[in-house]
Design a protein around this ligand. Structure first.
Ligand SMILES: Cc1cc2nc3c(=O)[nH]c(=O)nc-3n(C[C@H](O)[C@H](O)[C@H](O)COP(=O)(O)O)c2cc1C
Ligand code: SF4
Length: 485
């Protein structure tokens, strides 16, 4: 992963632990009743892909254990990982693109309810992805994948010769010469792997996204409700289709790109379709980017405007993330796909302990607070969920007190210690395992390996019946917590 050049070492700390009075007066442990979103307190575990589904996208026993373990810590809300809305293969990521996925998802909801004694609200993040392919081998790309266009022939002066001769000639060129012959996208397909964009209007299925996505998201939400979920989180963040519609880089000329009004059009149409497909009490919110952190990304005023329009449309929560784009991702190795968390914008999404002067904690707070303030000034009370490096009570409390957010999402801290909210709440704060922001977990995610945390995955390996990772070295869920008194 890319890191800021300063390489300043930051250390997380448990901070000042709350005593009984501080807990009683805390904002973090106060309930939230805002429209449809009713939470027992302000604690939230955001979506984290654990790479535990079957290759066909079904819930596994490992998924049940993973989410069950988070639920035992009783966060007020738990968001199930980014789950694909289409009925197409997408590797071991959960899917919700067909009714056949409902029974497995229902089992998952039941497990979370059981483990949390019904105290945790269950949401699922629903996602659409465009095609991305692995970086090809050079010869294979030239001989098999590359379309020999008239432009290529003209650049080589080989208009009339057989295609095989053109390919042979291309294969013999140096990289510099080849780059001069291929256009920008062909060169990118060779050096980074083929990747579609929402602006690829020459592709029929991309042109038709506005026609097909509202129904696909709506069906996914209907299934989520049928599985017993409390709500859905529309994934409008990071590197994926809906974020690309909102992006400042979206130049589509069909009324769904360009101005901020046009960029928000499909996200709003999707929301309305989803709202119509579910019942009155079902919660529907969205996760989107406070800042894209890439060149030509949306401005903060643009995003505050999106947030206000989402609130006006009736979204039940606005969850703000940061960065995580393909635009500045590192070149993958041959045989691997680009990963949107390897460049500077990826760092902004999941900053690690080697950082710059600003440090890895709360990098999204200013932007989130700004957006929340503008939503409030527009007259909407829609709850804002904030995230980014939150790992102790003091920071979580300050976030709420300073008006940054209404709900505190903690991803890696909850992975490091799924009981951390519960430990705080029950006066066992000194037993919390504090995340060190090494991004070991994120490295596993990048390699599509089962995600675990280095602070616990080699502990108590002699536990009877322990489920282990495929590499045989790591436990798959955090050890049980037995309160000291
Ligand atoms: C292993 C891993 C998987 C993640 N998967 C998702 C995901 O599916 N959807 C999403 O919106 N964010 C995902 N994230 C980002 C987190 O939800 C969160 O925004 C980010 O880690 C910053 O919060 P933190 O500092 O509390 O970890 C993932 C993060 C990690 C570490
Ligand atoms: S591996 Fe554990 S300690 Fe390291 S960043 Fe991930 S959750 Fe935190």
């Amino acid at each position: 992963m890319w890191k800021p050049s300063q390489r300043i070492r930051w250390q997380s700390s448990p901070g000042k632990l709350p005593d009984a009075a501080a807990l009683a007066n805390s904002r973090l442990f106060s309930p939230l009743h805002a429209g449809r979103l009713k939470l027992r307190n302000r604690t939230w575990v955001p979506a984290m892909v654990p790479w535990r589904a079957t290759d066909d996208g079904y819930v596994t026993a490992e998924n049940l254990d993973w989410y069950g373990r988070f639920a035992r810590g009783r966060p007020a809300a738990l968001v199930i990982e980014a789950t694909g809305i289409r009925d197409v293969p997408s590797g071991p990521l959960l899917r919700i693109g067909h009714d056949r996925f409902i029974p497995g998802l229902r089992e998952l909801v039941d497990r979370i309810r059981d483990e949390s004694d019904g105290e945790t609200r269950v949401f699922i993040q629903v996602i659409d992805l465009l095609t991305i392919r692995r970086r090809p081998d050079r010869d294979k790309f030239i001989n098999r994948f590359l379309e020999i266009t008239p432009d290529i022939r003209e650049a080589l002066g080989m208009e009339q010769v057989a295609e095989s001769a053109v390919r042979t000639r291309l294969a013999s060129l140096s990289d510099d010469s080849l780059q001069g012959i291929l256009d920008e996208r062909q060169w990118e397909s060779l050096t980074h792997g083929y990747r579609e964009r929402v602006t690829d209007m020459h592709l029929e299925h991309v042109r038709e996204l506005p026609a097909v996505l509202p129904a696909l998201f709506a069906e996914a939400a209907r299934r989520a409700e049928a599985a017993g979920m409390d709500g859905v989180e529309l994934h409008y963040a990071h590197a994926y289709t809906m974020a690309s519609f909102l992006s400042g880089t979206n130049t589509r000329g069909d009324g769904y790109g360009g101005s901020r009004e046009n960029r928000a059009r499909l996200p709003l149409e999707v929301f309305h379709a989803v709202r119509r497909a579910v019942s009155e009490d079902f919660v529907v919110g969205a996760r989107f980017l406070a800042e894209e952190c890439v060149e030509d990304g949306s401005t903060l005023p643009d995003v505050a405007w999106f947030a206000t329009e989402f609130a006006r449309a009736g979204m039940d929560f606005l969850s703000l993330s940061r960065g995580g784009k393909f635009d500045d991702a590192k070149q993958p190795r041959v045989g691997q796909a680009a990963y949107p968390y390897t460049g500077p914008s990826g760092y902004e999404c999941m900053p690690q302990y080697l950082s710059d002067e600003q440090g890895p904690f709360g990098r999204n707070f200013d932007a989130t607070g700004y957006i929340r303030r503008l939503v409030r000034e527009a007259g909407f009370e829609t709850p804002v969920v904030g995230a980014g490096g939150v790992h102790n009570f003091e920071t979580a409390e300050a976030m709420l007190r300073d008006g940054v957010a209404d709900v505190v999402a903690a991803a890696r801290q909850s992975l490091a210690d799924p009981d951390w909210f519960l430990k705080l709440e029950s006066g066992h704060g000194d037993e919390i395992r504090t995340c060190e922001y090494t991004n070991y977990c994120e490295g596993l995610d990048q390699k599509h390996k089962q995600v675990t945390c280095q602070l616990w995955d080699r502990l108590d390996l002699d536990e009877p019946g322990l489920a282990m990772s495929r590499d045989g070295k790591r436990r798959l869920v955090a050890p049980p917590w037995n309160p000291s008194n």
